[in-house]
Design a protein around this ligand. Structure first.
Ligand SMILES: [Ca+2]
Length: 188
């Protein structure tokens, strides 16, 4: 009798939970899709969050690079960082915004071999892409100083880079976070 009562309880729970779960899933998907123009029948906007373990597309980094062992929020100087976002192939992407937040690990005046002379760049096939370069502590670095920058990429930039966006950070600067916002149009 106890067993029968137990089974009825489980069935009741499933019947109640099923539609609720489905509704939550639909809401999550609907919230992630943001219309931004009439030309696209299925516009989409998503945000990818960079995280450990770090992913790297090796051809973007060139040979002899010191990016092995990259990690978010690392604390040691003299360690370079690189990370690759791979773009989902479900959609045609028309805009991308790469937002990077970094922290100075070594104080120093402008142009000194500290965090001050470090660059953040988007790299493609072993080369830094000139229009996507940022020197966060160009005016001098203070230990623990935080800086944030957003690189805005248009459809031509994305066509050049292909299905991957790699960025690199020089050696005395830690990467606290990296988020890639993608806007585009999904296939029917
Ligand atoms: Ca440096």
């Amino acid at each position: 009798m106890k067993t029968k009562y137990f089974l009825i309880n489980i069935l009741t729970a499933l019947l109640v939970a099923g539609p609720v779960w489905g509704q939550q899933q639909r809401q999550a998907v609907e919230q992630s899709i943001t219309p931004y123009g009439p030309a696209c029948s299925q516009p989409i906007k998503i945000v990818l969050h960079g995280q450990n373990p770090v992913v790297q597309y090796a051809p973007d980094l060139g040979s002899g690079s010191g990016y092995v062992g990259s990690a978010f929020n690392q604390t040691a100087i003299n360690k370079e960082f690189a990370y690759t976002f791979f773009l989902p192939d479900c959609c045609r992407w028309t805009k991308a915004y790469l937002t990077v937040t970094v922290k100075a690990l070594q104080s120093g005046p402008p142009n000194s071999p500290t965090s001050a002379n470090d660059w953040v760049t988007i790299n493609h096939m072993g080369q830094a892409v000139p229009q996507f370069s940022w020197q966060p502590f160009a005016n001098g670095a203070i230990l623990g100083q935080i800086a944030t920058h957003t690189f805005a990429l248009n459809q031509n930039d994305l066509a050049l880079l292909g299905n991957h966006i790699t960025f690199a950070v020089e050696d005395d600067t830690a990467v606290m976070s990296a988020d890639l916002t993608l806007e585009g149009c999904c296939h029917k």
